[in-house]
Ligand binder design. Structure first.
Ligand SMILES: NC(=O)c1ccc[n+]([C@@H]2O[C@H](COP(=O)([O-])OP(=O)(O)OC[C@H]3O[C@@H](n4cnc5c(N)ncnc54)[C@H](O)[C@@H]3O)[C@@H](O)[C@H]2O)c1
Length: 342
């Protein structure tokens, strides 16, 4: 039997902690081989919960340590490019949290660094690995529901992040930080590219977000290359918890994810017009942890099978381009064309 793949985690914050726990418990064939964070206390506290792997104060030290085969990047987004360039130069395969970076130049530099080094670069769009979204995609790809014609997705967070995080120079702001998941789903579920957006936003509930140039809620209209349409709704203020729902209306039926708290997914129409098929929800597992674990397993399996990763840097750039256009429309008004891939 081959030895487990050593994963080095950089960034022991909110997301890094979840990734570490899932790699430690739910990714056969891999082990958490080290944790790096500039905050030594954060790295030590996290290590104590996940089998006490070695801790490092920098990515460079982590990469120089023995037993690190691949890295998982969960630092703040503004540091992703630096981490990707270091990992690529060290010849390590990379799973990087979304967004790849906060500018087109940095995103392209990240993709180029991985390509130059010949390492894998997977982007952390974990919804693509969630069973409910996978099922929705399979239903749509089967052709049984006809052609996808309208995409509708919403993501409401319980409360806004601290201003230091909401700051677009740190997180990218609401479109890049939150919206990017929906924009990636739009491309993936509709199997088409978004070419134009129009956004509105407000600081209705949290005017303090305006001080850093962000909003607490926004709607984005989408136009796809083949003429289909869509909307994305974002908010940071449900007060009742995380609420994430997606719907695709196709020419012969509809596919839903997260429609009701009692269901994981559902579909109507397709081969049995007039019926509604409901996928049961396993409430024992927090929302998206299945996806995060499957995402890490998919990354490890691609390395083990020596094949490309399923969600690429190019996917990261495409969703980022939609987010940038939406952010520009939010700021300057009007319809904004999505910058095509170079
Ligand atoms: N997939 C999702 O749904 C999802 C959700 C939340 C956050 N994220 C992404 O995860 C990433 C991290 O977000 P977070 O909320 O966990 O942030 P966080 O601030 O909680 O954690 C970031 C950690 O990175 C460390 N760090 C920063 N610079 C570093 C460096 N140069 N070297 C080593 N460590 C460094 C910080 O000390 C901190 O512990 C972001 O890219 C964010 O977009 C994804």
């Amino acid at each position: 039997m081959t030895s487990p793949l050593g994963i080095g985690l950089v960034g022991a914050g909110r997301m890094g902690s979840i990734h570490a726990r899932l790699v430690h418990t739910s990714v056969p064939g891999a082990r958490l081989a080290g944790i790096a964070d500039v905050d030594a206390g954060a790295a030590a506290r996290l290590a104590a919960q996940v089998g006490d792997p070695p801790q490092f104060g920098s990515m460079a030290d982590l990469l120089a340590a023995p037993g690190i085969d691949a890295v998982l990047i969960a630092t703040s987004s503004s540091r992703h490019l630096e981490m990707i360039e270091l990992a690529a130069a060290a010849g390590k395969d990379i799973l990087c949290e979304k967004p790849l970076s906060l500018s087109f130049a940095d995103t392209d530099a990240a993709i180029a660094a991985a390509a130059r080094a010949g390492v894998r670069l997977q982007v952390g769009f974990m919804r693509r690995w969630e069973p409910d979204y996978v099922r929705a995609r399979q239903r749509l790809a089967s052709g049984d529901y006809g052609r996808p014609m309208l995409f509708k997705s919403l993501q409401f967070d319980p409360e806004p992040p601290p201003l230091t995080f909401a700051d677009p120079t740190v997180s990218g702001g609401i479109m890049v930080d939150m919206g990017i998941h929906e924009f990636d789903l739009a491309r993936w579920l509709m199997d088409d590219e978004v070419v134009e957006v129009h956004a509105y936003g407000s600081t209705y509930a949290h005017p303090e977000l305006a001080t850093v140039g962000d909003v607490d809620s926004a709607v984005v209209n989408l136009r796809f290359a083949n003429g289909a349409t869509g909307t994305v709704e974002l908010a940071r203020n449900t007060t009742y918890g995380e609420d994430v729902r997606t719907e695709v209306l196709a020419t012969k039926g509809s596919v839903w994810v997260g429609l009701l708290s009692a269901t994981q997914g559902a579909a109507s129409g397709g081969l049995t017009p007039g019926s509604i098929a409901v996928d049961a929800l396993d409430t024992a597992i927090p929302r998206f942890e299945r996806g995060l674990a499957a995402q890490a397993r998919g990354f490890v399996q691609a390395i083990r099978d020596d094949r490309p990763v399923a969600v690429t840097g190019s996917d990261g750039r495409a969703a980022f381009a939609i987010a940038v256009a939406a952010g520009r429309s939010l700021r300057d008004g009007g319809t904004v064309a999505v910058e095509p891939r170079p």
